[in-house]
Design a protein around this ligand. Structure first.
Ligand SMILES: Cc1cc2nc3c(=O)[nH]c(=O)nc-3n(C[C@H](O)[C@H](O)[C@H](O)COP(=O)(O)OP(=O)(O)OC[C@H]3O[C@@H](n4cnc5c(N)ncnc54)[C@H](O)[C@@H]3O)c2cc1C
Length: 406
């Protein structure tokens, strides 16, 4: 029996596993093994709604037991601790050793704190379900404690700061404006006592995207009373707040850091050669070191298209496309066929900014408002249909579940 091991079943790993299973189900000498530290697949584009108590957790978590039921895939719910390329095996937290014929590294990314003093210690991350839930619960706790101090007149002003005005930071700041207002009502606090800021080191929010998008986002956030602090690099974080590079103190009760992404540290810890963002350089077939048995994709891979200066951005759609190409190339290696080249293509994106408002770029056309939210829902539904049978996809999508708050 030859093992094809997919390490990590996020957007890229899951697509790769499902495609491999489809092609290899009548070849019993190959076993598709998926290893993930979580029992669920996380739909990150809706994570901001978990952090702000808009969605119950089941709306962003697809249990692998559902996704892999009736599939010839062996799912191992364990954390991988070592990748031993020279021995062609992986070691898990329980000490199990899993050998492979082919390995796909799809272990995603972590928050990068860029070595800023205090940033990791005194801020909340926003990449995983536990982080989103921790933030949501902590905010509620802060409001509850402030309410308890109300009769004494000792309640303090509350300042929530989101660091990094990329996609996640902008989405989270928008949604937090609504969550903080709801908490104000729940704990009878005056909204004037609360400040919500979005801090960005660069000269504009959503930098790198078309100007029109950052202008629309800025207008929306200002309408939601989010204070925008651009050209403000965080130099230090203390329990009392931030200190910017020019020495200005920004008091903050809660800091959420969305500004940095680094590939899973396990790659570097396992002695693999990584770039400055911790990723593995891959060739046009998404092979690491041009090695026929080792592939990397999504947030683990650094792929620079010919003529481009920078690697393809870490996005769900990119990881999914790469998962498809890796599955094709493993099949090609097995059956001695020509390999497929990865051609980057991103059709667009949607940036939701509170409630029924989003900004979308699709087919080179920028639009905002309710239709962009409809597009977001459509993308979500299409994704669910691509990984689940239709009935189950609808079950996870059903809107009435989203009205519940856990
Ligand atoms: C809050 C947020 C919002 C986002 N919104 C969007 C969006 O709207 N659109 C978009 O295109 N992209 C979005 N992204 C980016 C997108 O989620 C990533 O680019 C994408 O998930 C990368 O896919 P991947 O397959 O490389 O890794 P992931 O999807 O991150 O999957 C990695 C998998 O590896 C598992 N894993 C990690 N370490 C181990 C270990 N040691 N052992 C076993 N398993 C392990 C994890 O549990 C996970 O299942 C968002 C990201 C975040 C954090």
């Amino acid at each position: 029996m030859k093992n094809i091991v997919i390490a990590g079943a996020g957007f890229g790993g899951l697509r790769c596993a499902l495609d491999l299973e489809k092609s290899l189900k009548s070849f019993p000498e190959y076993k598709v093994i998926v290893i993930d530290q979580n029992p669920y697949h996380l739909y990150t584009p809706s994570l901001y709604e978990i952090a702000t108590a808009q969605l119950p957790r089941r709306c962003v978590c697809l249990p692998y037991s559902e996704v892999f039921s009736n599939k010839k895939i062996t799912f191992i719910h364990q954390q991988i601790k070592h990748i031993k390329v020279s021995e062609k095996l992986l070691e898990t937290e329980s000490g199990d050793k899993i050998s492979y014929e082919f390995l796909v590294l799809a272990l995603g990314a972590r928050t990068d704190y860029f070595g800023v003093p205090g940033l990791e210690k005194y801020s909340f991350g926003f990449k995983s379900l536990p982080e989103a839930l921790k933030l949501r619960n902590y905010l509620e706790e802060v409001f509850k404690n402030t309410k308890e101090k109300l009769p004494t007149g000792l309640e303090e002003d509350l300042s929530v700061v989101v660091g990094g005005a990329g996609f996640s930071g902008v989405e989270l700041a928008g949604e937090l404006s609504g969550y903080l207002s709801r908490l104000c009502r729940k704990y009878s606090l005056r909204p004037e006592k609360i400040t919500l800021s979005l801090v960005e080191a660069r000269g504009e929010i959503l930098s790198g995207l078309p100007k029109k998008i950052s202008v629309l986002a800025k207008k929306r956030l200002e309408k939601l009373k989010v204070r925008l602090l651009i050209k403000t690099a965080i130099a230090q974080v203390k329990p009392s707040g931030l200190v910017s590079a020019d020495g200005t103190a920004i008091p903050s009760t809660v800091v959420v850091w969305t500004g940095g992404v680094r590939a899973n540290p396990l790659l570097e810890q396992s002695g693999l050669e990584v770039d400055k963002k911790g990723r593995l350089s891959v060739d046009e077939n998404l092979r690491y070191l041009k090695e026929g048995s080792l592939f990397a994709l999504g947030d683990n891979a650094s792929f620079i298209a010919s003529g481009a200066n920078t690697a393809v951005l870490g996005q769900a759609e990119v990881a999914i496309d790469q998962g498809r190409v890796v599955a094709k190339n493993i099949i090609a290696e097995i059956f001695g066929r020509p390999l497929t080249k990865y051609q980057p293509k991103v059709s667009g994106f949607v940036i939701p900014i509170k409630g029924n408002y989003a900004i979308a770029l699709a087919f080179n056309f920028i639009f905002s408002g309710y239709f962009a939210i409809v597009l977001k829902k459509f993308i979500e539904l299409r994704y669910l249909f691509s990984v689940l049978p239709p009935f189950k996809a609808l079950k996870f999508f059903r809107p009435e579940a989203k009205l519940l708050i856990e």
